[in-house]
Design a protein around this ligand. Sequence first.
Ligand code: IMP
Ligand code: MG
Length: 203
Amino acid sequence: MKFKPPNSLLFFVNLGFFKIAMAKTVQLHDKTFETYISEAEILAAIGEMAERMNRDFEGKTPIFLGVLNGAFMFHADLVRHFNGPCEVGFVRYGSYVGTESTGEVVQLLGLDTAWLRDREVIILEDIVDTGNTVERILSDFESAGLKRPFIATLFYKPEAFQKDYKVDYVAMEIPNAFIVGYGLDYDGLGRNLPDVYQIVETQ
Ligand code: IMP
Ligand code: MG
């Protein structure tokens, strides 16, 4: 799904005769973020992705492997819409400091290779940005002698992507702006927000 949101999601506040349109903002550390994609839109896009997976993995028992921390909400909502038998697990990688990717990806929680061997594994990422993290996961699978996992991401920034591997499932394509909410953070904060917010660029 290609998501083309208005600049900000507007909330209508009723003041007697007047209806005032305003974007909801949140302050996280030193930065302000404004509403961008609603929880309902996110859940609809995840539902569509789950439909595709229900068809593609019919008769199989895939493992949904979420990338911590960012993918925890996406993981929970996606597997709830998967109809067949499946298993769940997590890996943990890190690369971001503040609003910038450091380019160096570190593995913080390793792969259980005995469990993953010969299985259909679907990596669940919150967002594919430069593509470094998923590239590292693909290379860790290869070094461990595992077959290539499928890659599924909630958000994908095509303008920032610098790799040439295939991202198998994308719920929403977004422009190259820093976002928080629905699992995504700015220096640890914002993961609990049900909607997605984008950074206000005048800072
Ligand atoms: P990549 O390695 O550059 O593809 O970035 C992937 C990781 O960076 C994601 O798993 C996120 O944790 C983080 N990230 C990338 N873009 C954003 C963003 O807009 N907001 C919050 N975190 C982000
Ligand atoms: Mg992060």
